[in-house]
Design a protein around this ligand. Structure first.
Ligand SMILES: [Fe+2]
Ligand SMILES: [Fe+2]
Length: 475
């Protein structure tokens, strides 16, 4: 395994200089990427020196180096985990055969589609978050936002490398198109709906990094099992970066809750009006944000029955979460799985062939994982002695894809009439008033160690720096 060469225009550990054609193609894409960053990346931040971590090697000991850099000078590059010797395909119809070092002709179209879809989410989230720097609640948070942004940019590089190296002219065209689609653009939107939603305030940002970056984790875990070895190695390294994004989300929401319960105890009230007058975000509003982000994110796993999902699995393109740890036959023919359906106005479980339900399998694994953080948020509330618990809504609530699309279900899992839905939707999802209130709290706090009133400081700084460290120099 070669180390990362930072003397090259494009830092990499894939011996890029030995493949001149590929190197030239990527060097041609690079200025377009930088132009996209300037146009669609963090607003007004081009000149800031930001305390960022940069990958210096892919092994766990030497992963990151911290220092102040201007974001356009960040060393975006191409980093793959080391190859596993004689790696074998470990699920699907090709099980036991050698993993592919190149793209098999018959899987080319599907693999390209998988890589493009993953690649499209990375710049999309940067676009969704581009104005948040203007209202950061602290320097610490601003730095975390930018860290997430540059790493999502690097994830785009990771997918573009695969497109350029393995997919020829089509791959190069797809790489250009990844810079042309834009989040929320009516004419040329991003591929997946959750990536066209706005991230208008910092509560949304924390929810997004907690829930939606976790979807990223599960998709990447499934791709890390792929028989296409370069994809598996690329996504394994992306996963190490993803962990920080989810930390930003979980700790961010936790700090909002901490501040709120402190205010509830100081004022001895759970009255929403009084808490809002005190400038903190009431727990019912936080619950509605959870309901929104959770439901929009679980749609990302796709339809509950999908012949594509079966094809991707059987042909070895995309595995299950932790495929290697499972003890079944890894072929799944004849296995079944329970999905939800609505019949005669009632939710019921229906048994279907597991291969067709693999989107649902991944969604259910995601749900199990995402509940953990909510439990930790509840511990903050419990410790403050407050009788309120947050929870993720029922899987069928507010769904837009698959057999539950458009069915009106309450957060506790009752099929409800249109009338009840309309009457209660403002209890269940953030209303315009909620969003306007949260928006009204957003103001920029830039002094080191100072925090906006609606959020508690973190327990620790980044990389063992103090909380009042100068994480961003504005120049
Ligand atoms: Fe990412
Ligand atoms: Fe991420």
């Amino acid at each position: 395994m070669s180390g990362i060469n930072y003397s090259e225009k494009i830092p990499n550990n894939v011996n890029l200089s030995e493949d001149r054609t590929l190197q030239r193609a990527l060097e041609h894409w690079q200025p377009n990427y930088l132009q996209w960053w300037q146009d669609m990346g963090p607003d007004g931040s081009q000149n800031f020196d930001v305390y960022l971590r940069t990958a210096v090697s892919v092994d766990p000991q030497g992963w990151a180096q911290f220092g102040h850099v201007k974001m356009p000078d960040y060393r975006w590059g191409i980093f793959l985990n080391p190859a596993e010797q004689d790696r074998k395909i470990h699920f699907g119809d090709h099980m036991g055969e050698a993993a592919w070092q190149d793209v098999p002709g018959e899987h080319r179209a599907n693999l390209r589609r998988i890589i493009v879809t993953q690649g499209d989410t990375e710049p999309a989230s940067v676009e969704q978050q581009r104005h948040l720097g203007l209202t950061a609640p602290s320097q610490y948070d601003l730095r975390n936002l930018f860290q997430v942004n540059v790493e999502e940019g690097r994830h785009l590089w990771a997918m573009v490398y695969l497109l350029h190296k393995y997919f020829g002219k089509d791959g190069r065209e797809e790489a250009e198109a990844l810079l042309e689609r834009n989040s929320g653009n009516a004419d040329n939107p991003r591929i997946l709906q959750a990536f066209n939603e706005k991230t208008p305030d910092w509560l949304s940002f924390f929810m997004f990094t907690y829930f939606t970056d976790r979807d990223g984790k599960f998709q990447l875990c499934a791709l890390a099992e792929s028989s296409f070895d370069p994809l598996a190695r690329t996504t394994k390294f992306m996963l190490t970066e993803e962990a920080h994004h989810m930390f930003v989300g979980e700790s961010g929401v936790g700090r909002v809750i901490q501040r709120t319960v402190n205010a509830m105890n100081e004022l001895k009230t759970d009255d929403v009006g009084k808490l809002r007058a005190a400038g903190v975000i009431d727990l019912p509003t936080i619950q509605r944000y959870i309901n929104f982000h959770f439901s929009v994110t679980i749609d990302l796993f796709g339809a509950d029955q999908s012949s594509n999902a079966a094809t991707f699995y059987s042909s070895g393109l995309k595995g299950r979460y932790e495929e290697g740890k499972r003890t079944d036959d890894h072929v799944l023919k004849g296995n079944t799985y329970k999905i939800l359906a609505v019949e005669e106005g009632k939710l019921l479980e229906k048994e279907v062939p597991m291969l067709n339900a693999l989107n649902e399998v991944l969604r259910d694994d995601y749900i199990k994982d995402s509940v953990g953080g909510v439990d930790r948020w509840n511990r903050i509330i419990e410790k403050a002695g407050i009788d309120f618990r947050l929870k993720v809504p029922h899987k069928a609530f507010h769904r837009n894809i698959g057999s539950l699309a458009g069915v009106k279900v309450s957060p506790d899992g009752r099929v409800v009439s249109d009338h009840e839905w309309n009457q209660r939707v403002e209890e269940w999802l953030p209303s315009d008033t909620d969003r306007a209130y949260v928006g009204s709290l957003m103001g920029r706090v830039v002094e080191p160690g100072k925090f906006a009133n609606w959020i508690a400081p973190p327990v620790m700084g980044i990389n063992r720096q103090p909380v009042d460290f100068e994480y961003v120099r504005f120049n």
